[in-house]
Design a protein. Sequence first.
Length: 317
Amino acid sequence: MKGRALVKTSPPFVYLLTVSLDHSSVGFVCVYVLFSLTACVRWYHANIWPILAKHRACSNISDKGEYRVATSIFPGEKPDRLEEECAVFGVYSTTDDVARLTCFGLQALQHRGQESAGIAVGDGDTVTVTKDLGLVTQVFNESALAALRGEVAVGHCRYSTSGGMGNWTSAQPHMSAIDEVLIALAHNGTLVNTNRIRADLISKGVEFRSNTDSEVACQVIGYYTRETHHLTEGIKTAMEMIDGAYAMVLASPTALYAFRDPHGIRPLCLGKLPDDRGWVVSSETCGLDIVGAEFVRDVRPGEIIRINDTGISTLQA
């Protein structure tokens, strides 16, 4: 009776099996069903999965030959999400080793991009950049960091968006010259009207060396800085022309600039080093944590932040 009561409190399918089979038979049936399901799954992966994968790969190409974003993931298929999680980082400090802090920040942000890494440093007179394909620890060692001395630094980890993959010229920060002044730009996001801006600038005599969004942003900032005779105004005018989602940090020889698209789609936050030693901007707060900076706030959508020896100032584009 005791065994019978346990059976009746079991789920119905177990009760039905038990009334016709003894306990050992029930165990055998359960094991048999488990192995049968495993065999079915293996057969599905071996015979049906490749057919569906081939069908999905073909269906991602439109009649015009254009690639459509996938809605599921099969081997070799791109995921159904934006793949543009580059990392940007910037530091202004007159007391700290800004290149080393930037290196630490990029290591904390390494999950956002693994194709290339780079750091640019402004020393008051010029801007020096070191960048290469690979992870942060593969690109930078003690000798590389020792060569980067200054008060302002920007860094970048690249996750390929537009402009190709595995190309050294696509590595950032991107260097550009505004007359005699060098600038370095690190950029996260995608600009959607670069072809129109590029054509417009080429018609005005501007030359391009690559096909990346970052160079377009650098060149349009440079062009309007020459027109307005002020870098902040050049950035403001460029932001009014550029369409897309972006967060950018820019280093001149004497100042750090951080700005964000008007919709605030790409992340960018502001932090402060202890004892008023300087300021930090980062794609994520983990970049602040690793250098001991305190989170202050997010950079506002459409905001331009400038940090130099006179302090921090902001402008809403």
